[in-house]
Design a protein around this ligand. Structure first.
Ligand SMILES: Nc1ncnc2c1ncn2[C@@H]1O[C@H](COP(=O)(O)OP(=O)(O)OP(=O)(O)O)[C@@H](O)[C@H]1O
Ligand SMILES: [Mg+2]
Length: 512
């Protein structure tokens, strides 16, 4: 099909189109999709919404040839398409950026793109470079062509994925929750790229997202999946966020409620977690002179533009990065070294930002749930499976996880993976919970639920450190907000004085 340079400018809303017809797909007893039909048009941003586990990814994997439907078909401009692999999809002009990127990490940007668009063994790197530069400029997708992919932040790796899809000549581009891994600034630039792809190149875009504000900004058409069925497909114009949420979840209440803070949260109690001048020496990144204290029942929010030391701080508190200076004190006892074991023994629990890194995809849900407390279920010779199963079943009920205990973790929908990890953290009743980006990729209901879980944990005296790029989340939950800038805490603001403006200035390194 067309290359980026030669993409036909299609008129908005007109042909050509792709039709998904009566797609059904079951995994064992789970019916992921039931008789789903959907039309995609060139030059349109088509938002695909639905609760966690509704079937969005499954449907798009089928369109991109990563999965085969049990029945149903795909047509382009009236002709049936046979899509048995991503290669077939790309040949039909369909590209996809999945949530788990498929770049070769130890190769350069240019090599990754060249590999994907190569039709022969002879690759003309100079030509590919020129094409990258031209496509980058055209769509506002700046990338450093000679950088090794693993050295790039997620936002740039994502751009490389998008360029790769565009340069292999796609006229339709599927983006599966592209904004879930981005901070606010990067989200805005991605939305701008999406607009340009649509308007300047006439590309049809499928945008999966849980964030209504994004849908409102860029979507031309919106389809809602509920439990594997399309419950609505219409032009975005005139449809409100509230209506969309109702379509997604039915008439049930969204359950959003403001956290009730006590007048002076536990000021009288001594802090349970204290960091004193903690430093991690690094050429780039690192931490310097980080100090804060968290009391039982208190939520300390950590705000900052991504890449200002938040990830390093979480790594320090999970024991994966050793500190080079300063001290960590839990319940009055100074840790000799901050190893994962010493932190866990001291009662510190973690929800890391990368849910894939803290779970084993091939293991079952029941096994993943006890990964950090295996000894509790150890019998004489083997694990006590029955007890593990009943522990798992009650977690599934309590945390409303859509999964069965024996299902492989890797087959859960994104949101349900996150719930399993939260269940693992909270079912140990940690004294201190370090929680990073807890609602990334969660649907509206699950987001409210997870926020209420965090509030509830604080009510039961857990000290919470909440790292989030979602400022609204921090303002809703935190008693105090610590702002990180260039590896240091540049200010700690009490909830009563915290506003988007005051925190925003600290985040930008302006205020003192
Ligand atoms: N390989 C698989 N094996 C078993 N079940 C699967 C597999 N892939 C998906 N499922 C199930 O199909 C259903 C739909 O999952 P899907 O990933 O499409 O949801 P989703 O709408 O993308 O949700 P999310 O917003 O959480 O990403 C879920 O119940 C999921 O557990
Ligand atoms: Mg999904």
């Amino acid at each position: 099909m067309n290359s980026v340079e030669g993409v036909v400018i299609a008129s908005r809303g007109g042909a050509p189109s792709i039709y998904l017809r009566n797609i059904t797909k079951a995994y064992g007893e789970t019916i992921a999709l039931s008789d789903v039909s959907l039309d995609l048009r060139a030059g349109e941003v088509h938002a695909l919404l639905g609760e966690n586990g509704a079937g969005k990814t499954t449907l798009m994997k089928i369109l991109y040839g990563l999965s085969q439907p049990d029945s149903g078909q795909i047509e382009a401009d009236g002709v049936a398409l046979k899509i048995e692999s991503p290669r077939d999809a790309r040949a039909a002009g369909i590209g996809m950026v999945t949530q788990h990127f498929s770049l070769v990490k130890n190769m350069t940007v240019i090599e990754n793109i060249a590999l994907a668009s190569a039709k022969t063994f002879a690759i003309d790197l100079a030509r590919v470079r020129a094409e990258i530069v031209s496509a980058s400029t055209r769509f506002g997708l700046d990338v450093p062509p000679d950088a090794i992919v693993s050295s790039l932040p997620i936002s740039l790796q994502q751009r490389v994925e998008i360029l790769k899809a565009l340069m292999s000549g796609c006229s339709y581009l599927i983006l599966d929750e592209p904004t879930a891994v981005l901070g606010p600034n990067d989200i805005d630039s991605l939305l701008e790229v999406i607009r340009r792809l649509r308007s300047d190149a006439g590309i049809g875009i499928v945008l999966i997202s849980h964030k209504m504000a994004e849908i409102e900004k860029v979507a031309d058409r919106v389809s809602v999946l509920r439990r594997g069925q399309v419950v609505s497909s219409s032009l975005a114009n005139g449809i409100t966020s509230k209506e969309l949420v109702t379509l997604m979840v039915g008439e049930q209440q969204s359950g959003a409620e403001q956290r009730q803070r006590s007048a002076s949260p536990s000021q009288s109690q001594s802090p349970i977690l204290v960091l004193e001048s903690v430093g991690v020496t690094r050429e780039a990144g690192g931490l310097s002179d980080v100090s804060f204290a968290v009391r039982p029942g208190e939520i300390l929010g950590i705000a900052g533009v991504s890449g200002n030391g938040q990830t390093e701080l979480v790594n320090v508190l999970s024991g994966t990065t050793q500190i080079d200076s300063g001290t960590i004190v839990v319940e009055g006892r100074q840790l000799g070294s901050n190893t994962p074991q010493s932190l866990m023994r001291a009662g510190v629990g973690i929800l890391g930002e990368d849910r894939h890194a803290s779970a084993v995809h091939a293991l079952q849900v029941v096994e993943n749930l006890i990964l950090d407390c295996v000894e509790k279920f150890a019998g004489k010779l083997q694990l006590r499976r029955k007890e593990m199963l009943s522990h798992c079943e009650s977690a599934i009920t309590q945390f409303e996880i859509k999964a069965n205990p024996k299902q492989a973790f890797g087959t859960l929908s994104g949101g349900n993976m996150q719930k399993v990890l939260l269940a693992r953290l909270f079912s140990r009743n940690p004294k201190v919970a370090i929680i990073s980006q807890p609602t990334r990729g969660l649907d509206v209901m699950a987001t409210n639920y997870v926020r209420s879980l965090i509030a509830q944990a604080s009510k039961q005296s857990t000290a919470v450190v909440l790292v989030s790029e979602d400022l609204d989340e921090i303002l809703e939950l935190a008693d105090r907000v610590a702002v990180m800038y260039r590896g240091s805490v540049v200010g700690i603001v009490d909830h009563s004085e915290a506003s988007r403006e005051s925190i925003g200035e600290l985040m930008a390194g302006i205020a003192k």
